[in-house]
Design a protein around this ligand. Structure first.
Ligand code: MG
Length: 579
């Protein structure tokens, strides 16, 4: 491996960890997590092996959409600390070799943002066309409303100025008008500001919604993407202030180029939940000059379907059909993110199968398309299933992204509203409030998890001392993943085992091979695997437990996998032939 190359493209073998400062650790005892508390826990992330922290929005906000409604892009929410404490945190993380990326939410602002207040003050306001206005919007396609439980339209009437403004998300989040070059310049300035303060990149929220063609007549945007994303793409009467809407890919390419002029190693992690052929365009097709990494929403959803069925076939199929990203670009893989666990790319019947297995109660579901649960309660806390799923996460092609609390198997609290169910306080100790805060729980952003998955049973400090804990298992997986360049840099292939309950895949680079096996069923399975090119006296050495498997002269090996068993094996030539 060429070292210079691998460290430049650091995201390809990164371990990304997403957290919300507000719910992670409260350093000043006011009931709200903050940068001071987070800084005290950076060593937990270092021990886990995290190489990149992704901060959910930490900007000033009225907090009507958990911080995604921003009133100032150039500051830290006073509830979470000061800009000085933010810089101390970044410095501490960097000191442990951990990079930091931030959520870039530039699709919209809060309606309390000074820009919007100015824009709505009059039709002649100099900031009027920083937003999208219309006298007569066409009726909405109900399918295009992102939060159908809260909103029934994409347009909101503004009494004061007598026009409608466009909002892809909530009505209190007016969309910015990226057709306006002033807005695009401002977005670049926001990136530049946080890069100057040490950010190594950005997770870009809602990428396909960034540039929306809400006009029938303007020839901008990507109609095909628009349809795939469920965009209306037909609303008439947009007042773009005479600006031509940029093509979404031109906009992303400009943003990426700007960012990489400032720092060649900075990356964009895109939230693009589209079918693979549409999604590939956001990588910049073959050039790879747009979003650096895209989340694999399809693979994630197929993984849950495979788990529900006890059959690896749906995931194997997704991996076989998943395109290879351009050079230097990469997939980002995940088990759970901060939103509802969306199942929108499954068929209705498939989604129902997953609901039946993992979230049968209506209260566990959200928007009719997802689950507001975490994995451990879904599998009744079965440690075999949890360990198998995380083994998959770290061995599948793509950069693993953990959501805080996954490393210890936290559950959800369904008493919290909507998506907040999985944004509960981090569980550090078995003591009061799980060690999150010394304040009264009524002051917390979200209630602590109760019952079987609450802090008394699930916490960092106990698992740190238990070699059989999920925390130690995931720490081991992180180490092995980082030790296996095949997994991050190699070429992947899903293997045929003739046993559909098992997912078998291999990763190869420069003559080195790692094979991973995962049993999705609650039964022991035995099968034979033919490993092409590995028939010259090589053995397979277990990377997670002690043991070796011999290959026949023709590269065939026999395996027995325990129920929900998993194995990682590296092919090597023994110095002494096995007797
Ligand atoms: Mg605090």
């Amino acid at each position: 491996m060429r070292l210079t190359y691998t460290s430049d493209v650091w995201w390809k073998n990164a371990v990304v960890y997403c957290l919300d400062v507000e719910t992670y650790a409260d350093g000043n005892g006011d009931g709200i997590g903050d940068f001071a508390g987070l800084t005290q826990h950076v060593d937990h992330l270092d021990r886990l092996g995290v190489t990149c922290i992704w901060l959910m929005p930490f900007f000033p906000t009225p907090d009507r959409d958990d911080g995604y409604d921003i009133t100032d892009f150039y500051s830290v929410d006073p509830k979470l600390g000061t800009l000085g404490e933010f810089v101390e945190f970044v410095r501490t993380a960097n000191d442990r070799g951990i990079r930091v990326i931030a959520d870039l939410v530039v699709n919209h602002t809060s309606d309390e943002h000074p820009w919007f207040k100015e824009a709505r003050s009059s039709r002649d306001s100099p900031m009027r066309d920083w937003y999208i206005w219309s006298d007569t919007p066409e009726p909405d396609d109900p399918k295009s409303v992102v939060f159908p439980d809260k909103e029934d339209s994409l347009w909101q009437y503004d009494e004061g100025s007598g026009q409608y403004y466009y909002h892809r998300f909530y009505r209190f989040q007016p969309d910015l008008n990226v057709a306006n070059p002033e807005v695009r310049d401002e977005i670049a300035r926001i990136l530049g500001f946080w890069m100057q303060l040490g950010m190594s990149g950005f997770r870009v929220d809602a990428v396909p919604f960034l540039v929306e063609d809400v006009s029938k007549d303007e020839p901008a945007g990507e109609k095909k993407d628009a349809q795939a994303a469920g965009k209306a793409g037909k609303n008439k009467g947009r007042d773009g202030g005479g600006h031509k809407l940029p093509e979404v890919h031109d906009f992303l390419r400009d943003l990426r180029a700007f960012m990489n002029r400032r720092d060649g190693t900075a990356m964009l992690l895109g939230e693009v939940n589209l079918p693979y052929p549409d999604l590939m365009k956001y990588f910049g097709e073959n050039l790879g000059d747009e979003v650096t990494m895209c989340f694999d929403f399809i693979g994630m959803q197929r993984m849950y379907l495979a788990m529900a069925r006890g059959d690896a076939a749906p995931l194997a199929e997704a991996l076989r059909e998943r395109p290879v990203p351009p050079r230097d670009s990469h997939w980002a893989t995940f088990v759970r993110n901060h939103d509802e666990l969306t199942l929108d790319k499954l068929t209705d019947d498939e989604r129902q199968e997953v609901f039946d297995s993992f979230g049968p109660d209506k209260d566990m579901q959200l928007y009719g398309r997802g689950l507001r649960r975490r994995l451990p309660p879904m599998v009744d806390g079965d440690p075999r299933r949890m360990k198998m799923v995380y083994s998959l996460l770290f061995s599948l092609p793509g950069t693993p992204v953990l959501f805080y609390g996954e490393e210890i198997g936290m559950g959800e609290n369904l008493k919290a509203e909507g998506r907040q169910a999985v944004r509960t306080p981090m569980q550090w100790t078995p003591h009061r409030n799980g060690g999150f805060s010394t304040a009264e729980p009524s002051t917390f952003p979200n209630p602590v998890v109760e019952g079987e998955f609450g802090p008394e049973h699930v916490n960092v400090s106990a698992q740190r001392r238990d070699p059989d804990s999920l925390l130690m298992w995931i720490t081991t997986l992180v180490e092995r993943y980082r030790e296996c360049p095949e997994l991050a840099w190699g070429e992947y292939k899903v293997l045929d085992t003739g046993e559909s309950r098992v997912l078998a895949h291999r990763a190869d680079i420069e003559g080195e091979t790692v094979v991973a096996l995962h049993n999705f069923a609650d039964e022991k399975v035995s099968f034979e695997l033919t490993l092409d090119g590995l028939d010259d006296g090589k053995v397979l050495t277990d990377l997670l437990v002690d043991g070796t498997v011999e290959l026949s002269k023709t590269g065939v090996a026999r395996f027995d996998l325990e129920p929900y068993g998993c194995r990682w094996l590296r092919a090597s030539t023994p110095e002494l032939a096995p007797s």
